[in-house]
Design a protein around this ligand. Structure first.
Ligand code: F6R
Length: 644
């Protein structure tokens, strides 16, 4: 097998050299998706390894853990297996490790690196270096000094791979880290611990400390590639790339390094000036669609509704060329935009039968429509589109709900034991053996082990019954509720398997069976490797496969956002208003998901319960419409059409 030549690699260019990038102080490359980007990064690593091999030299790599580099590592393993790429001249230094943590804990970075890379390639054991999370307190300092010395002795790091945390950390250099810092023990930021809480099954299990390479250690690397995927990272990246160097955003220190490239996907780059407000940099080609983004931005900036924007507002905010390409007057532009927004609003998400639909977001016929609502977890349907769901059913459409995953890992052990104990109280003899088996499983295992099959089955069943409570409340027969239990999710831990053929087949089978006119799916772009991101990827792959089938010609796909975010106003193609009574019905439906109430296991740093979050989000969208000068609603659910 031979290593393929002429692959795409990541090359450095100095930042800010073009009009579009004049706000940028860190070189960055934006890819359509993280898979494509990861391949280019893996190619660059492989190229360096080969180069060093041909010079008979070692290649010293600085490596990161976390979800960001996973596909890069997968690609490297693939090159090793299929193209014979050898790692026998590679020496690695990992950025960081929790403290204290055992090497065999599934959350340790040591374990992560073995499972995701080292066990699958021919790297020599002696060439693998990670900070030691098992070390006693009094020996930490010395081991950090030794780590630094070893890197220097080997000639320094040739290529350092980095991710970025939402705090702006690189390695575990949290805000406040000093420019001169070297490998050391550090206290973890609360936000970082919140982000890790999912894997550790609760924030209380996340270690408070870590050992990390310092900022200076990282900056000493000859070449640095930082990767970031998903809209969760967009705000902090904007600060790091366009802001001043500050210890509050440790990634901004990379501005001192003149061989650093940031590799981003579209979502991660979405807050950069050239992406968010491209009309402010360079020459910009105005189209009917991109006008709305700019005009909504102008409303927010001036605090005015659309019909009150004046020629001067356009001129004073760098949008004079937009006036020039339209009729030259703000009056016509404003009306065009106002109508466009007005036409997104409908109380008939399944289309209004026997009516003129030329100015409505959905078709009037056929009616009723066959609908599938795909929900990544067994509650996203009601949290994100409960009002629309309710309307679709009450307006006579044939609604099917498909829960893509079982959602079992989000049920706490306490909740699960409650159910099994109640069952035992009722039917003690019949279930005595199973009861003991399950209760023992809870007792013997700590939080750092995957749930066993039987515990997963119990937790899945709890979520299934809760979902049926909500769908029955909306009047849906159980036969129209489908639990897909997609296999990629069933690992019993937070990290998931890759999408398999089976995940795709199960989804295809359902769509073929129902032949829907409408598909609703979660269009969550916050984290492409999270469950929502994977569920969306499955839908997109399935649609690609099915699009030539005749029934798909009549099928429209609508994307809702998950529990945390909402579409920006300019992205919305359909806005479904809710009355105060409908808001209450939606709340009631969410309440059926009791295992997710009060103490939501994976709440992140947002302590509000799901129903509060959903209501505030829907009220906020209604407020934005009102501020643009449109009608005043209590709440609005928003959808973006997915063309295919
Ligand atoms: C991991 C590390 C961290 C991560 C960062 C992003 O070794 O040092 O800085 O790179 O927290 O994590 P993910 O990739 O999981 O979003």
């Amino acid at each position: 097998m031979r290593f393929k030549q002429n692959k795409k690699v990541i090359n450095y260019k100095s930042p800010g050299s073009f009009e579009e990038t004049r706000f940028e102080k860190l070189h960055n490359i934006i890819y359509d998706n993280s898979d494509e980007a990861s391949i280019s990064i893996a190619n660059s690593i492989a190229q360096l390894i080969k180069e060093k091999q041909s010079q008979k030299k070692n290649c010293v790599l600085g490596l990161a853990t976390g979800s960001s580099p996973l596909s890069v590592y997968r690609e490297l393993i693939k090159m090793h297996n299929e193209e014979g790429l050898s790692f026998n001249n590679v020496i690695t230094f990992n950025l960081d490790e929790y403290l204290p943590i055992s090497k065999n804990d599934i959350n340790s970075y040591n374990y992560f690196m073995r499972v995701n890379l080292f066990d699958h390639i021919d790297i020599l054991n002696k060439n693998i270096n990670l900070p030691n999370g098992e070390i006693e307190n009094q020996k930490v300092r010395k081991s950090c000094i030794d780590y630094e010395k070893k890197i220097k002795k080997l000639g320094g790091i040739d290529l350092q791979i980095l991710g970025i945390g939402r705090t702006g950390h690189i390695g575990f250099n949290e805000p406040g880290s000093h420019f001169n810092s070297q490998t050391r023990a550090i206290n973890l930021d609360d936000l970082t611990r919140f982000d890790a809480a999912k894997s550790f099954q609760g924030i209380e299990n996340v270690p408070r400390e870590a050992i990390t390479m310092g900022i200076q250690t990282i900056l000493n690397a000859k070449r640095i590639i930082l990767m970031a995927w998903g809209s969760n990272k967009a705000k902090i990246l904007q600060k790091a790339i366009e802001g001043e160097i500050s210890s509050l955003v440790p990634t901004s220190y990379l501005q001192h390094h003149n061989n650093t490239t940031l590799v981003l996907d579209n979502e991660a780059s979405s807050e950069l000036v050239r992406i968010k407000t491209p009309w402010l940099v360079g020459s910009y080609e105005w189209t009917f669609d991109n006008r709305s983004k700019a005009i909504i931005w102008l409303c927010e900036k001036t605090g005015k509704s659309i019909l009150k924007l004046t020629d001067n507002d356009y001129k004073e905010n760098g949008m004079v060329d937009l006036l020039a390409v339209s009729t030259g007057s703000s009056y016509d532009l404003n009306i065009e935009m106002f109508n466009k927004l007005q036409h997104t609003i409908t109380g008939w998400p399944g289309g209004k039968p026997n009516s003129d639909d030329s100015k409505r977001p959905e078709r009037a016929s056929p009616h009723p429509k066959k609908v599938i609502i795909f929900s990544p977890h067994p509650d996203d349907d009601v949290i994100s589109m409960g009002g629309t769901f309710d309307r679709l059913v009450s307006q006579g459409n044939i609604v099917n709900v498909a829960y893509q995953t079982s959602g079992n890992i989000a049920v706490s052990n306490e909740d699960a034991s409650k159910f099994i104990e109640v069952t035992h109280d009722m039917f003690s003899k019949e279930i005595d053996k199973d009861y003991k088996k399950i209760i023992n499983k809870f007792k013997s295992k700590g939080s750092n082990y995957p749930d066993s099959n039987i515990v997963r089955k119990l937790k899945s069943s709890i979520r299934k019954r809760e979902s049926l409570g909500a769908t029955r409340y909306f009047g849906l027969p159980d036969s129209q509720v489908h639990f897909l239990n997609l296999p990629f999710y069933e690992t019993g831990t937070v990290s998931k398997d890759l999408i398999s053929k089976k995940d795709v087949e199960i989804t295809i089978d359902l769509i073929r069976k129902i032949k829907p006119h409408q598909i609703y799916a979660a269009g969550d772009l916050a984290d492409p490797h999270g469950t929502h991101g994977v569920c969306l990827e499955i839908i997109i792959r399935v649609i690609k496969r099915l699009k030539k089938e005749s029934f798909m010609k009549n099928c429209w796909v609508w994307l809702y956002r998950g529990a945390w975010h909402e579409w920006d106003i300019h992205e919305i193609d359909m806005a479904v208003p809710m009355s105060p009574d409908q808001v209450v019905r939606k709340r009631n439906a969410i309440f059926f998901h009791q295992s997710q109430k009060d103490v939501v296991m994976f709440q992140g740093n947002d302590l509000r319960e799901f129903w509060v979050r959903a209501e505030e989000r829907n009220a906020q969208t209604a407020k934005k419409y009102r501020e643009m000068g449109l009608s005043d609603y209590a709440a609005i659910e928003a959808f973006k059409r997915h063309p295919f």
